[in-house]
Design a protein around this ligand. Structure first.
Ligand code: ZN
Length: 63
């Protein structure tokens, strides 16, 4: 099962959402079950269809 569009719309990067002028918009990688923040370059994991929106649990994005 994938995350619903509605859920994705309300999810935001907990780090970036505090920054002025930043929405904390996340990109969903359905295949890897990850949510990617392009602003602060962090990857949030999705465990059992539940997004883990914790900065401590996030992984740095390598490009
Ligand atoms: Zn972020």
């Amino acid at each position: 099962m994938a995350l619903s569009r509605n859920l994705l719309d309300i999810l935001a990067c907990p780090k970036c959402v505090r920054e002025p002028g930043c929405t904390g918009e996340l990109e969903y990688d359905e295949e890897k079950q990850q949510l990617i923040c392009r602003h602060c370059k962090l990857i949030y994991f999705v465990k059992d269809d539940i997004p883990v929106m914790l900065i401590e649990e996030a992984m740095p994005l390598k490009e």
